[in-house]
Structures are given as C-alpha cells and as structure tokens.
Design a protein around this ligand. Structure first.
Ligand code: NAP
Length: 311
C-alpha cells in the first residue's frame, strides 16, 4: 500500500495507539511514528520496546510537523490534550481520535483546533481487557469495524486518507453521525460493560457468603463477565460520564426487559422464556455470520488443565 502519512504523532501510548503503531509498521503506512504519553514510566517503556521511532517529552513536541495526529487517551483527557497540541499543529494536518464516545469528544476537541487542520473523529470497534504500552498488537483491527464520524464540511480528501490507513490495518470502515454512533455503542458495548461490572459486583458480595466457590466453580457465563469487568477503570469511567444520556436510555430499556423475564420466571411462563431465548440465539448467529466472532465452542478456548487435574 505504501506510505500514507509522512509523520504520525500518537498521543497516548496504550492498547489502541500501540496496536496502531504495530499495524503502521507492518504495512509500511507511516514514514515516521512519534509518540507521547503522560507518564515517564510509559514513555520509558515505549522507548525500551521501540514502540515508535521517537518518543517525545511533551504532546506539543510530538505533533510538530506531523500530517496525522491520533488522540488515543481516555475520553476525559481529550480536551486537555487538544488544548496542549493546538498551537503546534502543522498546516493541513489531520487530527483524529479513537475515543469510545463521539459527540462529547467532538465537543471537547473541536473548539481547540485551529482552522488550518482537518478533524476526523473515529472509533475502532476492537479492543481487549488489557491496557498500556505493551498490550498492543498489529492484528487488533483486522476484520473489525472502525467508525468515522466526520462533521459536515470536512474535506473529503482528509477522510479518504484516514480511511486508507484503517484499510491498511485490515479494518472495515463505516461513516456515521456522532449521536447515532453513541446510541449504537450504548447498546452494543457500553451498557453490556456496565452489566458485566454489576454482575461481577454481585458475585463479589455473594463470595463473602459462599467463600471461594464463586471463583472455584466459575463457569463460562460468569467467567466471560469477569473478562469484560477487568477492563480499564479510567477508560470506562470516562465512557459512562461522557455517554450519559444514551447509556441511561438503554439501561432503562434493559431494566424493563429484566422485569419481563423476572415475571415470566415467577409465573412459570416457560413459553415466554423459550421464545425470548430463541430470539436472542438468532442474534448470536447473525454476529457469527457477519464474521464478528467465532462459533467455536467456548470462544475457541482450549480446555485448560485445572489444579485438581480435571480438564
Ligand atoms: P490505555 O491502554 O489505558 O492507554 C491510554 C494512554 O493514554 C496511556 O498511554 C496514558 O498514559 C495516556 N494518557 C492518559 N491520560 C493522558 C493525558 N492526560 N495526557 C496524555 N496521555 C494520557 O487505553 P486504550 O485502551 O488505548 O484507550 C485509548 C482510547 O481508545 C480511549 O479513549 C478509549 O475510549 C478508546 N478505545 C479503547 C478500546 C479498548 O477496548 N481498550 C477500544 C476502542 C477505543 P500513561 O500510561 O502515562 O498513563
């Protein structure tokens, strides 16, 4: 594909920025990659593992001369970072972000940016429960959607170039309105995370009653919740604070559905439960058919040997 951007500045050097750096290197998509993260520790780690060609000591220094600037910090830090880099941005540069919420990030970032740059917000729908400079890998975005939410009037060439970069990562790209993005993500990601956090919290309370049984007999359902509930606390705090309305809307609907199922259980209405679970199973099939997950049993995990020798 060849070099798309001559110099890329990654602000924040965690899972997403790190994966972008690996994917850019693999595809030869960037002439030079410069990075910056808030803590000395992360900057030192990034230098040690050679995550970027150069690690700068300030966000403003990192963006000098960059034709692509990626804001890959928690959503709540986007405004501060945008204010810091604004005076140093090159003429005609594209600024993008990878934040999990779009409307609030646009409202936080856009006012700081000078007229001579293009702002193309984005969000890769790819991640793991790991974070930090060592957690990234080049394949993270392969076959996964990246949603771009350009505001009206954005130069089409700037959007096309950014699309080309995500294509080079193996991602599928769609464009949508920021508000629509936030509602869709409230359903597909944000509320499910909140439910996982809650379920693990409930089990934690119960653990005090049943001692270690919750962990010892942890079966697929609960174990999968714990993986999601291990996600970065800062990132997810910021997601809920900044996608407040859509999350509360979906949580309200969720609670109503929960009461419907609760009533069916109380009334012994097996037909209602069966019908409900049949519909939800079809949704899972749809996700597999769309290539967004594996249909291998237990997500393809190999049966691990447990301490007691059982498979
Ligand atoms: P991460 O692994 O926790 O990394 C966050 C990075 O941001 C760290 O390098 C951190 O530096 C830096 N940072 C935090 N506050 C900063 C500040 N005020 N100024 C400069 N740097 C700062 O996070 P991530 O998973 O890559 O997430 C980054 C963004 O991608 C978030 O907006 C998140 O919503 C979005 N996102 C995440 C996922 C996911 O599944 N993880 C998926 C899609 C999108 P230190 O290490 O020095 O603290």
């Amino acid at each position: 594909m060849g070099v798309i951007y001559k110099k890329v500045a990654l602000i924040g050097l965690g899972l997403i920025a790190g994966s972008m750096a690996h994917a850019m290197r693999r595809g030869g998509l960037a002439g030079e990659i410069v990075g910056y993260a808030r803590s000395q520790e992360t900057r030192d780690t990034a230098r040690e593992i050679g995550l970027c060609d150069h690690v700068a000591d300030s966000a403003a220094a990192a963006v000098v001369g960059a034709d692509l600037v990626v804001l890959a910090v928690p959503v709540g830090a986007m405004a501060t970072v945008a204010a810091e880099i604004a005076p140093a941005l090159a003429q005609g540069a594209t600024v993008t972000d990878v934040g999990s919420v779009k409307a609030e990030v646009i409202a936080a970032v856009a006012p700081h940016l000078p007229d001579h740059v293009h702002f193309v917000p984005g969000h890769p729908l790819a991640g793991t429960e790991h974070s930090g400079p060592r957690s990234g890998f080049a394949e993270l975005f392969e076959g996964k959607y990246t949603l771009l939410t350009p505001v009206d009037g954005t130069a089409p060439e700037a959007v096309a170039k950014l699309r080309a970069m995500w294509q080079g990562f193996g991602a599928l790209i769609e464009e949508m309105d920021a508000e629509h993005h936030d509602l869709v993500l409230a359903v597909t990601s944000h509320t499910p995370h909140l439910i996982a956090y809650t379920m693990v919290g409930v089990a934690d309370h119960l653990r005090r009653v049943t001692e270690s049984e919750v962990i010892k007999y942890s079966a697929a359902g609960f174990r999968d919740f714990t993986r999601i509930a291990a996600s970065d606390p800062t990132m997810w705090r910021d997601v809920f604070l900044s996608n407040k309305e859509a999350t509360l809307d979906i949580l309200g609907r969720f609670t109503e559905e929960l009461f419907v199922l609760q009533r069916a259980i109380r009334m012994g209405d097996g037909d209602a439960l069966f019908e409900y679970f049949t519909k939800t199973r079809a949704i899972r099939r749809g996700i597999i058919e769309a290539g967004q997950d594996t249909d291998a049993p237990d997500f393809g995990r190999v049966a691990a040997k447990r301490e007691d020798g059982a498979e």
